[in-house]
Design a binder for this molecule. Structure first.
Ligand SMILES: [Zn+2]
Length: 450
């Protein structure tokens, strides 16, 4: 039986910060949280919190970071749709080995940023000409191998992808993504579960899934008790297409089909009508503000969604930055700029930081159906410690500690990350860092040569 007890200066419990407290871990689970009894490993000058959950990631998009930040001289505007063409070209090129090496570096970055669970929204399924791999789940299994290597947990959100769009000609750059029928993703999920993966169902979007697939896909997820994730209302064009096809906006359509519910996560949910905000009150919204600002998607109406009762979670999505705290703070900062006010999401007053923190932890755990996110007996010991002697975090009272972490903590102030009680870092760095960096460099060189 593996056991470990930790006593930081400050422990973020269900009832707030506690000093002179310890947390006990046995066989990867939290076995006790209470006043210090002596004998615990002392984490001097550190604050200990639950680790972060990243609910939305596309691993392969790591390869285009920093490579799409320009306007094409021949195009009058550069937006999501022109970025998407560049992203698809990257998706076309990676072979399984390269994808695994890209994902290793990415998941290592996540571990160093305090993420211990990632929901990988996976739609790159086949060979570049669309033929199935000998093992049709080859690429999903490569992602799982990369997460295992980095030491973080992975929930494989297996995408269903059936078309380019309503009355849209097939795009040859999407051929690696396409399923032949709604049964194909269901069969893949059963195989992946059998192989020991944690999984979820992810119809890509109302654009990319033939609408008659949606009810059976959702029914499959519900029959098997799986999370149901979907890109929703990221772009205005997607809403126009949905209205043309169904006469309804995307969230209206999903509500009418009975797709929304506590097991559903709408990724993005930016362009919403009032009745759609209300309809999402029973669901999760996964917000990806660092990606959404990078792509010029728009601003999530988070205050209205919060009032409607929507549970929030965060995702790194396009991987332009791996910094969950930055995603959480941007959710409010975007609204501040729009409304020329401060602390827009502090509603009711005095709850802003704890609500954003919940989005980083319990919101993600709930969205991915994972037993983590709180320092509570019986949950997985996924933990994170911050260096309170870091120049950015010097603080005179625990009253301001959570706010300091949320608004100002840099990734470098994270000293240790535990996944199921197992420490992932040494001296604040993942021990595989050099190896992963070198291996990723070789992938980039191979892609240049290819
Ligand atoms: Zn996405």
């Amino acid at each position: 039986m593996n056991s470990l007890s930790l006593q930081p200066d400050w422990l973020l419990t269900e009832s707030g910060w506690r000093s002179h407290w310890q947390i006990d871990i046995r066989d990867g689970l939290i076995a006790g949280v209470g006043p210090a009894r002596g004998g615990a490993q002392r984490l001097s000058g550190q604050a200990l919190t639950p680790a972060f959950v990243n609910s939305h990631s596309h691993a392969f998009q790591r390869t285009i970071r920093g490579r799409t930040e320009f306007r094409h001289p021949d195009k009058p505007s550069d937006d999501f749709w022109s970025w998407r063409e560049l992203m698809y070209r990257a998706a076309m090129r990676l072979n399984p080995d390269q994808l695994e090496r890209v994902a290793r570096l990415l998941y290592l970055e996540m571990a160093e940023a305090g993420i211990t669970t990632v929901g990988e929204f996976h739609y790159q399924h086949h060979q570049p000409d669309g033929t199935r791999y000998a093992n049709p789940d080859e690429l999903a299994l490569r992602l799982k191998a990369a997460a295992d290597w980095a030491g973080i947990g992975l929930v494989l959100l297996r995408c269903a992808y059936g078309r380019s769009g309503f009355r849209v000609e097939p795009n040859p750059l999407q051929i690696r993504f396409l399923d032949g029928s709604w049964e194909e993703p269901c069969e893949a999920l059963l195989r992946l579960q059998k192989a020991g993966l944690e999984v979820g169902m992810a119809p890509h979007s109302v654009r990319a899934v033939p609408l008659d697939w949606l009810p059976p896909l959702a029914a499959f997820a519900r029959k098997h008790g799986l999370p149901l994730h979907m890109h929703v209302s990221e772009q205005v064009k997607e809403i126009e297409q949905c209205e043309a096809e169904t006469g309804l906006r995307p969230v209206e359509y999903l509500a009418a089909q009975g797709i929304l519910g506590p097991d559903f996560t709408a990724v993005h949910a930016i362009h919403l009508a009032e009745n759609e905000v209300t309809a999402l009150g029973s669901a999760h919204v996964c917000s990806c503000p660092t990606t959404e600002r990078n792509l010029g998607d728009g601003i999530v109406p988070a205050r209205l969604l919060r009032r409607a009762g929507t549970r929030f979670t965060f995702g790194t999505d396009s991987q332009c930055q791996i910094d969950p705290l930055e995603d959480a703070r941007q959710l409010d900062y975007h609204l501040r700029l729009k409304e020329q006010q401060r602390a827009v999401l502090d509603d009711p007053p005095g709850t802003l930081e704890s609500w954003l923190w919940d989005g980083l932890t319990v919101g993600g755990a709930s969205s991915l159906m994972q037993p983590c996110g709180r320092l509570q007996v019986g949950l997985r010991a996924d933990l994170l410690s911050f260096d309170l002697n870091h120049p950015t975090l010097v603080c005179d009272s625990e009253n301001w500690l959570l706010a300091q972490l949320l608004w100002s903590a840099p990734r470098e102030s994270i000293t240790q990350v535990w996944r199921a009680g197992r420490p992932l870092l040494e001296g604040g760095r993942h021990p595989g860092r050099e190896q992963a960096v070198e291996s990723y460099r070789r992938v980039l060189a191979e892609l240049e040569d290819g």
